[in-house]
Design a protein around this ligand. Sequence first.
Ligand SMILES: Cc1cc2nc3c(=O)[nH]c(=O)nc-3n(C[C@H](O)[C@H](O)[C@H](O)COP(=O)(O)OP(=O)(O)OC[C@H]3O[C@@H](n4cnc5c(N)ncnc54)[C@H](O)[C@@H]3O)c2cc1C
Length: 424
Amino acid sequence: MMKLKKLSRNLAQIPSMRKKFSSSAAAGIQKEKTDCVVIGAGVVGIAVARELCLNHNRNVLVIESASTFGTGSSSRNSEVIHGGIYYPPNSLKARFCVRGRRLLYEYCKEHGIPHKQIGKLIVACGHEELPKLNYLLNRGNENGVEGLRMMKGSDAMKLEPELQCLKALWSPTSGIIDSHSLMLSLMGEAETHGTIFSYNSTVIGAHMEGNQINLHISETKSLKNLDSKSQGNPDIILLPKLVVNAAGLTSTALARRFNGINHGVIPQSYYARGCYFSLSNITVSPFKHLIYPIPEDGGLGVHVTLDLDGNVKFGPDVEWLSDIDDISSMQNNFDYTVCADRANKFYPAIRRYYPSLNDASLQPAYAGIRPKIAGPGDAFSDFIIQGEEGHGIPGLVNLFGIESPGLTSSMAIAEHVAAKLSRF
Ligand SMILES: Cc1cc2nc3c(=O)[nH]c(=O)nc-3n(C[C@H](O)[C@H](O)[C@H](O)COP(=O)(O)OP(=O)(O)OC[C@H]3O[C@@H](n4cnc5c(N)ncnc54)[C@H](O)[C@@H]3O)c2cc1C
């Protein structure tokens, strides 16, 4: 009873929200009507919340299991604004990356978000990689990526004296961004337009009553007593008109806990950890631009990223994880340790394009986990933005497989999700 009171207080403590809720108690569990619930306060959930309240006049409640925003993939990535080169033409990744990048640069300029359009070189270091570089150029052009240009190796090496390559593809629209500042700014706008962020609150499942979604919410600390096989006892049930499942790494597992959804439409999830290493004993970065090798299975290859202070890092690699259980993932209990031994694989990968990398200069930095819906060796998988047409539940949108370029695409995904929900 105490838990219920505390959680309800958390959700309804703000006077404006109290007006938006109407409450009823049935079967001992308090039920609250509300307009929109966004599950997850990562960059995508925050962008969706902002879009819904700012441009669609909706009342939004964001439920976040952690104690603050952006602790999932959104703070464990390369912070690169991608051009939109790699993805099959007309895929959601291609469309949202190009549109999202344009929106993001505009937004950064308007709101003073730290970012730099430093450009990127994709490099071919072996003769067998040259056709792949041409392929990427054609694909980028088809996707509408502006300014792509093939460069002779000698020209690329003039631009970046530490670089060694045979040929390079120059992408001038690629850049870097302070993703934390971006999230703070989007959140600030959302809050100004009435969005409420409820932290330490976890969506543990849902059931349907007619067409009404009943969303089961618990205090995150109660999850200690929950296991994957049990439904759990919610502290409160929300009755929203709209639900956006933007739970990142957990979105597939969470959808499987929605009673009433056909599990056949929920993709299989795979998790690919990526570790980063930074350079020790370096005062000036060896590179001024982003340097990417030819992409590998599961990722874009161990690349050079710079942060806005000019610090260089290398990564991420690809390590497929297994045995992830949904309750741990809801609590973000992933293993993010970077094992120093992984550097042994980084040195040869990096030295292909940066031969003067010194021995013992790589230091473990951080790791992130990609929420994948295709496993090792599988073909390309696109973002899935699944509405009623996909699962049959009115007012619910599931976001699955929002891996890279999800940060770049976040504002375009938000536009798309809000448009999808505009008839409800
Ligand atoms: C290693 C790596 C490198 C990347 N590099 C780039 C890049 O350079 N450029 C780029 O554009 N993209 C990049 N990405 C992709 C980008 O980071 C993600 O696409 C983006 O951050 C996804 O945001 P999100 O909001 O969907 O997910 P998340 O940031 O993971 O947010 C999901 C949130 O949901 C919460 N949550 C989970 N379950 C529940 C629940 N049951 N109830 C309530 N809350 C819940 C979590 O706590 C979390 O805060 C990279 C990703 C990785 C892993």
